[in-house]
Design a protein around this ligand. Structure first.
Ligand code: ATP
Ligand code: MG
Length: 137
């Protein structure tokens, strides 16, 4: 079954949105396969967003991700990568439709509450990075 990597970013954790976010994925019908609460190191955040390393906002993005604890999750279900991105909403919160997580809870692109894998392949890479010990059966 398809899997995706979802991370609640530090602002989402600080603002008390963990329960609401999990609820949205559960109610949709997805299955929570793994979850952990953690602080990430700078080098780890740089690895997670390595594809964006040439962009001007990259240092700020890394500092944001390491600014507090995050919730790392693996969600499973039919078309969960694409559907998960639709539940999350557009990258820029002002373009995210109301009813999406970013559409409901964010105003700044640099504090947009949540990350979701953008392809099945990247999802598998991110799951391997964040859950190096594998997932429990
Ligand atoms: P994510 O990978 O976090 O799920 P995304 O796939 O919607 O987000 P990406 O293009 O991968 O968007 O960008 C990663 C993150 O970088 C965005 O979620 C956002 O927090 C940040 N970001 C993107 N564009 C900007 C920008 N212009 N200024 C500041 N931060 C930005
Ligand atoms: Mg992305």
């Amino acid at each position: 079954m398809e899997q995706t990597f979802i991370m609640i970013k530090p602002d989402g954790v600080q603002r008390g949105l963990i329960g609401d976010i999990i609820c949205r994925f559960e109610k949709k019908g997805f299955y929570l396969k793994a979850m952990k609460f953690m602080n990430v190191e700078k080098s780890f955040a740089q690895k997670h967003y390595a594809d964006l390393s040439a962009l001007p906002f990259f240092p700020k993005l890394v500092d944001y991700i390491i600014s507090g604890p995050v919730v790392a999750m693996v969600w499973e279900g039919k078309d969960v990568v694409l559907t998960g991105r639709r539940i999350i909403g557009a990258t820029r919160p002002w373009e995210a439709a109301p009813g999406t997580i970013r559409g409901d809870y964010a105003v700044e692109v640099s504090r947009n509450v949540i990350h979701g894998s953008d392809s099945v392949e990247n999802g598998q890479k991110e799951i391997a990075l964040w859950f190096p010990g594998g997932l429990a059966e």
